[in-house]
Design a binder for this molecule. Structure first.
Ligand code: HEC
Ligand code: HEC
Ligand code: HEC
Ligand code: HEC
Length: 504
């Protein structure tokens, strides 16, 4: 599963890791409305600017509680979490994190050549200490006197980035009664700054805080143009790739036998909500550029990246922007699924998102209107998420959901690469959830499972081919030309397999 997800993720990110063509030719960024800087075909290739305003454009610190950090070292005592690094053995969490988790290296990555280059482009002298980077690449915030900020940062994304600043909960959590809900309720734990990561929704929101962003952690077009990889987060696949320092069976027992499917659904809702919260902040804070380019389909402005030079020459920027579909592609499907639980909200989510899209795609979207419309979407979404928190519960529901998704899939594939990749990730999550719950995980013994794996791998390959990547850059138009037919065929195979009533 890790492998199947990795290469789609790589495709999603490499689709826009293109060469800088104008390093050195630096021009001041215009302060006026961005409309004046709408690029012509050659525009992006010939113009750069120094994003000196960046330091003003971030909002408050991610952790608002004021509770202080202790640093990962305080978790590492042998008797606590620094025992031998054996997998799945309570006590070995620190070793697993240190040796295998990419987060342990997240700050040292800021010292490499790419990061230094980004720093130069952005006018940041020491990226490894700059909040602009460390809010996501490290645990950052107020510390207790025993530890200074640079030591805290040196642990990268440490224990407290996900489990919460430990100043107030470290002592109580060492006692046995910490695990007794009659003594310590979830609310009491949370009030101490402890994050309830056992809850899939809290977990998804924790990851999304960095992998999508939020106030104070903005992966905007300035950073992307300086060379940062575009973030394409999808919770279930990232979760699958994280080396686990906790027990799988415990997680399954607590959260659902079809855990992957639940993580996927919860992740969809949390990601959409987080991306809207980020957009809200972009619209609210006048120090942020508006409209924010990274909200839009890159291909609209970056036609010169087209694989076909002729197409690039002929292309014109005909209309206004196209709002990115990555975090919304499956929203209609999501709401329909949750509609089973809360009738009436599906239409509300659909129409409020459409209203937001209309405003976002105007040539000059209004900051105020955008904020108002986001508020409506988020309210509906939150109701749905609350109601559907524990959904799906079992194998029959996952079967129903995946068949629905495969049917809906045709219209997703017709739309663009992002929607197709999200479709693939959703179908995969449900495939693995079902396989795990029916004892077919890992070995994938049954012929049905083997066939399904092959069909999904074919989809994955098609998304990752050169044509697939080019299609992402070209946007919808190129997508239809190139990979649409192939993907539709694979999707039909998946649908036929899913329609077998007695499958195992
Ligand atoms: C909004 C959070 C956020 C901010 C702000 C941020 N990053 Fe990142 N960065 C990430 C995430 C998440 C990844 C991993 C992306 C992935 O693999 O999906 C990443 C990846 C990277 C990578 C590639 C790492 C690799 O292993 O290939 C580099 C280099 C990098 N960031 C440097 C920087 C620098 C320099 C800054 C500040 C100028 C910065 N980042 C700011 C979240 C952020
Ligand atoms: C990227 C986020 C992240 C980081 C970093 C992280 N954890 Fe976790 N941790 C989780 C998640 C998610 C779980 C699973 C849900 C749960 O049990 O709370 C978890 C579970 C745990 C558990 C519970 C194990 C169990 O089976 O009950 C312990 C203990 C733990 N982590 C300790 C640590 C320590 C110590 C560090 C630092 C060395 C650390 N974690 C770093 C996300 C993280
Ligand atoms: C404090 C910010 C932060 C949080 C919280 C966080 N991450 Fe990350 N994550 C990062 C950064 C930064 C990187 C890039 C590190 C690198 O490439 O060295 C990263 C890398 C990763 C990678 C490796 C990506 C790759 O390039 O292969 C995975 C998988 C991942 N994170 C999953 C998760 C999951 C799942 C959670 C929640 C349980 C989570 N992360 C929480 C910041 C964060
Ligand atoms: C509304 C138009 C617009 C959109 C949408 C847009 N960009 Fe840009 N992009 C520009 C302009 C203008 C520049 C040149 C000025 C600058 O660096 O900001 C640029 C520059 C860049 C550069 C630096 C290129 C170089 O040669 O230095 C990269 C990389 C980039 N954009 C990536 C992206 C990605 C990835 C997306 C989609 C997430 C995107 N852009 C969306 C207008 C846009």
């Amino acid at each position: 599963m890790e492998i199947i997800f990795r290469s789609v993720r790589d495709s999603a990110m490499s689709a826009f890791s293109f060469q800088r063509t104008c390093a050195g030719s630096v021009r001041e960024r215009s302060l006026g409305p961005r409309a004046g800087c709408r690029p012509s075909i050659a525009f992006a290739a010939t113009m750069c600017y120094a994003a000196t305003l960046l330091s003003n454009s971030c909002g408050a610190e991610p952790d608002h509680s004021g509770i202080r950090f202790l640093g990962s070292v305080s978790c590492a005592a042998t008797a606590c979490h620094g025992g031998s690094g054996e997998e799945r053995r309570t006590g070995g969490e620190y070793g697993i994190w240190l040796q295998r988790d990419p987060h342990a290296r997240a700050q040292s990555i800021l010292l490499d050549r790419r990061s230094q280059q980004m720093g130069k482009q952005l006018g940041i002298a020491a990226v490894q200490n700059s909040e602009r980077c460390t809010e996501c690449h490290a645990t950052d915030g107020p510390t207790v006197p025993e530890i200074d900020r640079s030591t805290l940062l040196s642990f990268g994304v440490g224990c407290e980035s996900c489990h919460g600043p430990a100043e107030r909960w470290i002592e109580p959590h060492k006692r046995l009664e910490w695990n007794n809900p009659a003594v310590w309720s979830d609310e009491q734990k949370a009030a101490l700054g402890y994050r309830l990561t056992k809850d899939p929704l809290v977990r998804a929101e924790t990851c999304a805080g960095c992998h999508i962003g939020g106030p104070g952690r903005d992966m905007n077009h300035d950073l992307i143009a300086a060379g940062h990889p575009r973030l394409s987060f999808e919770f279930s696949s990232y979760h699958a790739r994280l080396p686990k320092h906790w027990g799988r069976s415990e997680d399954l027992r607590r959260n659902s036998p079809v855990l992957e499917a639940r993580l996927w659904l919860v992740g969809q809702a949390a990601s959409l909500d987080t991306s809207l919260a980020l957009l809200e902040e972009r619209a609210r804070n006048p120090a942020n550029p508006w409209p924010e380019f990274s909200e839009y389909a890159c291909a609209k402005c970056h036609h010169q990246l087209a694989a076909s030079p002729k197409r690039a020459r002929d292309a014109t920027i005909s209309s206004a922007y196209t709002w990115n579909s990555w975090h919304q592609a499956l929203a209609p499907f999501l709401s329909e699924s949750l509609e089973l639980l809360e009738p009436g909200h599906s239409e509300q989510l659909r129409s409020s998102l459409a209203a937001l899209r209309n405003e976002m795609e105007l040539l000059e979207p209004s900051r105020t209107v955008v904020q108002e419309r986001i508020a409506v979407v988020r309210t509906t979404l939150r109701t749905l998420t609350r109601e559907g928190r524990d959904y799906p519960y079992d194998v029959p529901q996952v079967r129903q959901l995946s068949l629905r998704l495969a049917r809906e899939g045709k219209s997703l594939i017709a739309r663009d690469w992002d929607s197709s990749a999200q479709l693939f990730l959703g179908l995969s999550a449900m495939h693995y959830a079902e396989a795990e719950a029916t004892g077919q995980y890992g070995a994938l013994k049954s012929p049905y499972r083997a066939e399904m794996t092959t069909a999904l791998k074919t989809m994955q390959r098609q998304l990752g081919t050169r044509d697939g990547i080019a299609a992402r850059q070209l946007g919808t138009e190129g997508f239809k030309d190139r990979v649409f037919k192939d993907l539709s065929r694979s999707l039909s195979d998946v649908e036929i397999l899913l329609s077998q009533p007695d499958r195992k």
